[in-house]
Design a protein around this ligand. Sequence first.
Ligand SMILES: [Zn+2]
Length: 171
Amino acid sequence: MNVLFHLTSAIGLAVLLTDAKSITRSQTVRPVLVTGILGFAAGIISHGALDYIPHCYPVNAKADAVTGLLLMLFLTVKTNRKFRFITVATLLGTVFPDLADLAPAILNKQLDLNLPIVEKVFPWHWKEYSGSIYQNSCNISTLNHLLLGASVIIVCWCRRADVVEMIKRGR
Ligand SMILES: [Zn+2]
C-alpha cells in the first residue's frame, strides 16, 4: 500500500495508544517509552494488515515517498516534545517493513547503486500474501482506503482530548 496510507494509520495508532493525561502527569519517561515501543510494534502489524487487504496504488511512487517524508516531518514537529518519541516510533513502525524489504531495490534503481537484494522478510510483501491489485477494478481498494481514513478520523475524534494534549505547545 502507498506509504501515505501507512502513515495515516500511524496517526490513528499513536492517538489510540497514548494516554496523554497520565503521561503528562508522570514523573518518569517509562510510559512514553512503553507507548512508543507499543506504537512501533502496532505500526508493523498494521502495515501487514494494510498490505494484505486488496489495494491499488492511487499515488505515484515518487510523489508518495516525497509527501510521505514531508508528512513525517510535519507530524514530528507538530507533536509536543513530551510525546514526540511516541509519534516518531509509531510512524517508523508503519513504514519499517517497506524500508527493510523495498528500500535497497528502490535505492539501486533511483541512485544507480549496487546494494544487495535479499529475500523479502515480511510475508505480506510475498506474492501469495500481498493484496496488491495490478489488474481489474480498484473499487474495493478505494473502499479500503476510505475505511482507513474514516477509522483514523473517528479515533482522533473520540480521543480528541489526547490529540489536543499531544499537539499543545510549550513544556
Ligand atoms: Zn509494504
